[in-house]
Design a protein around this ligand. Sequence first.
Ligand SMILES: Cc1cc2nc3c(=O)[nH]c(=O)nc-3n(C[C@H](O)[C@H](O)[C@H](O)COP(=O)(O)O)c2cc1C
Length: 354
Amino acid sequence: MTPRPGFKVGPITVDPPLLLAPMEDVSSLPMRVIAKRIAGPGLMFTEFVSAMAIHHGAEKTFRKMRIHPEERPLGIQIFGGVPEIMAETAQHCEAAGADLIDINMGCWVPKVCRTGSGAALLKDPEVATAIVAAVVKAVRVPVTVKVRAGFEYGAFAAPDLVQRFQDVGAQMITLHARFAKQGFEGQADWDLIKQMRKVVSVPLIGNGDVKSGEDAIRMLNETGCDGVMAGRAAISNPWLLQSIRCAITGEPETAKPTLDERLEVVMEHARMMVAYRSDSDTLAEAKELPTFAECERRAITSLRGQLPLYVKGVFGASEYRARLSRVNTLAELQVVMDEVRATARDHETLTTGA
Ligand SMILES: Cc1cc2nc3c(=O)[nH]c(=O)nc-3n(C[C@H](O)[C@H](O)[C@H](O)COP(=O)(O)O)c2cc1C
């Protein structure tokens, strides 16, 4: 298979042309470092960062901007509805070391849209363009925009909007090929990406429902996009992201991870999350400093939704799903992982007679 070339966004090389999607409560630093080590995507993004929260000095939000040297190039994604405040936040992101700043115009959640942020901007070309222009002016790093096709179902606003964004200096456009009103319903319509190709002269990234290497190649071939962004398929599954990478680069597929490797990555993710959540500057918000045990509990509970996905498909693991949704500590998690391993081994011994 012909390897797909990378591309440039200003001074940044995105190679391979595979991007890990920004995902609130998921694509935090520990997840990204693991994804980078195992799958090596060409570009990753933080969870979205509220410009208003940064403006008000929320320490917890500043934590989202933290970057590990291994994970570059990294985009910090910001959201907000006020050009000056978005520009100010972009400067904080640049100071934090962002390789690029991505502006969110895709979040459909009412809490975000009500503030005139996220996908609400798709309905307001003037403010949306003013935001991109203000952010471009405020920083030296490239500025990119992630959009949905439009707000109301069928109202394909993105082509007009992104031309305006390019005119004021946006250097890459990502299209999640759904309308905001759809949320995550229905199938992403890749034909919309193909239509965007006609108007986007900067790198265009296709996004929506890429779940395998075959999907990624099909999206590249059918739409003419420069790169593919994967989100949900990569949650608790860096190996799937790796297999998408192999399809794109033409490298031979690496062997599937063993159960031990998978379980070790679960523990590594959990340990890194505890370290990440225990960092002192996040504690400044607390009137009384939380104990390490409290930080550990917060870190592990924040991962509860992702833990069962790590062991999906492992024999017997479904029995442990309920317990994984109740774990509070690393030690409790280790006990469940050991039991998952033992159950799978017993099954293997029975079926192979080994
Ligand atoms: C849990 C979750 C959190 C998300 N958070 C963000 C976000 O912070 N910023 C953003 O632009 N998109 C966010 N998205 C949307 C994804 O970036 C992506 O556009 C969407 O999931 C479609 O891609 P997929 O089909 O590969 O998952 C989120 C999606 C999920 C599932």
